[in-house]
Design a protein around this ligand. Sequence first.
Ligand code: SAH
Length: 342
Amino acid sequence: MNITTQILRGMDQQQLAQLIEEQSISPDLELLKAARSIRDDVYGRKVYFRGLIEISNYCKNNCYYCGIRRDNRQVSRYRLTKEQILHCCQVGHSLGFHTFVLQGGEDPWFTAKRVADVVSAIKKEFPDCAVTLSLGEKEEDEYRAYREAGADRYLLRHETATPAHYRHLHPAEMSIDHRKQCLWALKRLGFQVGAGVMVGSPGQTAKELAQDLLFLKELEPHMVGIGPFIPHKDTPFRDEPAGSIPQTILMLALTRILLPHVLLPATTALGTLDPMGREKGMDAGANVVMPNLSPTDVRQLYTLYDGKLSTGEEAAEGLKALTQRILAAGYQPDFSRGDYKA
Ligand code: SAH
């Protein structure tokens, strides 16, 4: 099959679902090629590096898929101090990073004031760097405080745009409506915003994935995080199968085609499930990697899913190896801020 990108962009949910169904085992090579060339047109062969700092694994939520959910008593909980976070940034900056991503569970200890204080300290010490936050759902005022402190970007995967499927993945106290409201609020506040999904999450079919693509088109985020679902042994979804690599690759390519300008990571989950996952992601239009800058002694505590990579090429220590792999795959490692190109 050889469908033009123009046709793809006009597809409704049913058409997209059919295409996803047909191509999930083995995505069409022409489609991957189209995604690559769109990425090349907008961003060239650059692959942007972001330093990931996992600031807390405390979480008040109980998402059925996530290893750091509230009810998981097997995890020992940690949170980094402001000094520790700044130290991670110092290490990262000396390695050349110009974006720091602060991610964590929804930890009430990190009040708006505390987060704003950390953000402004980072921006003061590293004015040439972008700060990305990924701390979950907050009220608009809290997001505003982050923004006023200098935060540039916010990652909040919508997880699934379909209400019934959202309820299948989350307890009743969470809702897709609130999550979407958060994303719209973040856009209004002027953040570069990231949404996204896990591919192969329990209960997901091609229909849900098609709906996700349509929601992404409507939201027009600056970044989209897409990785395979991977079960975690201490969650209700422990016996569920992991998402598939080809379907994840297909979703990356479709996202690139529908949203040509988006910043699209080859995610850690993709690299965890497949040793060549990152390369496959880049060959489907991805252009971001996020090596781990968290202190080594807490990394194994931030286990969202079993086997999550946090050492070797996934880590700051393995940066040389990762840059070499990216070069070998025909891409250009890029350590600049790597802002969205409108
Ligand atoms: N608390 C923040 C950060 C969540 S962790 C928030 O709510 O945004 C970042 C992402 O990891 C989640 O959005 C989810 O899509 C992904 N994730 C969580 N558990 C996972 C699993 N078992 N397999 C794959 N990805 C997972």
